[in-house]
Design a protein around this ligand. Structure first.
Ligand SMILES: CC(C)(COP(=O)(O)OP(=O)(O)OC[C@H]1O[C@@H](n2cnc3c(N)ncnc32)[C@H](O)[C@@H]1OP(=O)(O)O)[C@@H](O)C(=O)NCCC(=O)NCCS
Length: 138
C-alpha cells in the first residue's frame, strides 16, 4: 500500500478515484481544492489502484492557532479491515504536525461506532459530547 498527498497538478488522479467519494468529483471544484495550500487530499493505492482517501483542511482562529479538520475518510469495501483507514488518518495527523497544527478533530455521526473505532485506533481521544448544526449556503 502506498499513500500519496495529491498536488495541484493531479486533478485526473482525483477523478480516477471518484468511486471513493460520496458523489462524482467535479473537475473545476477538484482543481480549486487541490490549488489550496491548506487543503489536503491523501489517497491510498494498492497495486496502483485507489483504495481509500482522507481529506483535511487547516482552520485558523486568533485565540486557538491552527487546527486540522478531518473532513472525510473512505476506504473502498474490498480493501477494508487492512489498516488503510488507520494509516490515512495517521498520515493526515503527521501532515498536521509537520505544518504546525496544534490539534486535529473530526465530527462523527451519533452512534457511528465503526468511525469512532477507526479514529480511536489512530490515536484520537474519546468522543466529545457535541452536536453539529448545518446551514446550506449554496
Ligand atoms: C470507516 C472506514 C474508513 C474504515 O476503514 P478501514 O480501512 O476498513 O479501517 P482499518 O482497517 O484501518 O481499521 C482500523 C481499526 O478500526 C476498527 N474497525 C474498522 N472497521 C471496523 C468495523 N467494521 N467494525 C468494528 N471495528 C472496526 C478496528 O479496531 C480496526 O483495527 P483492527 O482491524 O486491527 O481490529 C471504512 O469502513 C469506510 O470507508 N466506511 C464507510 C465510510 C465511513 O464510515 N467513513 C468514516 C466516517 S466519515
Amino acid at each position: 500500500m502506498q499513500l500519496r498527498r495529491l498536488d495541484s497538478t493531479e486533478v485526473e488522479a482525483v477523478l480516477a478515484a471518484g468511486h471513493l467519494f460520496d458523489g462524482d468529483p467535479d473537475p473545476a471544484r477538484t482543481e480549486d481544492f487541490l490549488s489550496r495550500d491548506d487543503h489536503h487530499l491523501l489517497v491510498a493505492y494498492v497495486d496502483g489502484d485507489p483504495a481509500g482517501f482522507v481529506s483535511g483542511m487547516e482552520l485558523a482562529h486568533p485565540d486557538k492557532g491552527v487546527e486540522m479538520l478531518l473532513y472525510e475518510l473512505g476506504v473502498d469495501e474490498p480493501f477494508r479491515r487492512r489498516g488503510i483507514g488507520r494509516a490515512l488518518v495517521g498520515a493526515l495527523a503527521d501532515l498536521g504536525r509537520e505544518r504546525g497544527c496544534r490539534a486535529m478533530w473530526v465530527p462523527i455521526e451519533d452512534g457511528d461506532e465503526v468511525a469512532a473505532a477507526v479514529y480511536r485506533s489512530a490515536g484520537a481521544g474519546p468522543v466529545e459530547p457535541a452536536g453539529i448544526l448545518l446551514w446550506s449556503l449554496d
